[in-house]
Design a protein around this ligand. Sequence first.
Ligand code: UDP
Ligand code: UDP
Length: 462
Amino acid sequence: MSTAKSPHIALFPSAGMGHLIPYFRLALMLAKRNCVVTLITAQPTVSAAESDHVSLFLRHNPEINHIELQLTPSSQQADSTPVDPFFLQFDLISRSIHLLGPLLSSSSPPFSALFVDFTLLATTAPIAKDLHLPIYVVSTTSVQFLSLMAYTPVLTSNPTEFNNASIEVKIPGSPPMAMSSLPPALLDPNHIFTSSIIVNAQALPGAEGILMNAFEWFHASILSALNKDRVIASLPPILPIGPLESYHIPQDGDRFYQSWLENQPSESVVYISFGNRTGMSRDQVRELEKGLENAQWRFCWNLKTTKVDKDDCEDVTDILSDTFLKGTKNKGVIIRGWADQQEILAHPAIGGFVSHCGWNSVMEAAWQGVPILAWPQHGDQKLNAKVVEEAGLGLWERDWDWGDDRIVKGEEIERKIVELMTDEKVKERARKVREEARKAVESGGSSDRVINNVINSVMVPF
Ligand code: UDP
Ligand code: UDP
């Protein structure tokens, strides 16, 4: 006989598909374990993909409740320095946060816990406290980058020492991090990226735990340092519950790339994608064309040229050269717009993944055992690339630097793609990662036990 009521959990993601997809996954993982789940989404969204996917997700999963938080329009001056629209949205959501308390307190059944994105922690924690709700952070980055964020208030409290640390910086629990791998914005305490990380990191001690798209086997050393040795005393427990389970929602539109993949030999195709909010410059597109054409592997290229999808309106023929399109006819497909990446990575024809190393992409590759060629573009991606390299899940060419800092030549790309697609050691290691990822989430596996414990701890007694 049950002695406790199912918990009612509010999930509150921030902006961008990389911050939304993990919440869809988590919502279904909680619902499957008999939790009542309410998803809170901010409106309007930055990208079309976010609003489309929220509607699709709710339509296909009617058991998930929904609350909309209407944002007050931004007062940013038209002539001020342009700011990443996704970072601005984090800030905008925080400014409308006073609307959240009444939405939460009027709910029936009442909420038992609030799970929020790291970027929203500082502003939501006082609301959770007023309502006596335990608050958990859901982090969308790697454990390594999270520990850097948690330590950022310490690093930036001594700016001279931090800026002068010319080679590497030491974060407790992690191997030394090269300064060149840190997001450059972190060296500017007035940058919105840094000020937001500082304020949210300072709120971390108030959270019950940090749910992470990570798994024990993959992150054994850093998890042991952070959880057992408590090397960053202010950090609440890190709760590895990944890889977050994938879900399937039938998509509208022409999925020509799937039928193309059906006709390709096993592990013969390299998939190229830089996530949902990284556009590639024209000069870099030209070099990637050369690299792909000369590497002579089949390819599936998810091509984006702008940060926000609504701005990405050009046709393939306006972006790619005739020579490339003619020279590679039948050897590859170009995707414009949203594609189901988890489904692509699951296809047996895929043999390698050229990725910016957004953390969701890394865990999706780990889940499928697809080797990665890391090509970090900005933000947390160099530190994520290092994790990929250290785990043996892929290759990383450090000389390629950040996306904005240099144009990588076609010959270099060609050489690394050939290496990626032919490196038997990486393929074998990727298969091992896949096997361990699956063990972690099966019933009684490390990640399954962690999520069940979290649910039990927020369970309401009768
Ligand atoms: N994604 C997708 N189709 C696309 C672009 C992205 O399914 O056309 C998904 C991808 O599988 C991942 C997320 O969007 O789950 C992107 O998150 P990630 O952390 O990899 O990168 P970000 O977009 O945040 O830079
Ligand atoms: N982040 C933050 N505030 C910001 C921008 C970023 O707290 O204004 C954190 C956030 O947790 C994010 C991480 O820094 O996951 C890495 O940011 P990045 O832009 O690289 O990743 P993305 O948002 O695309 O996942």
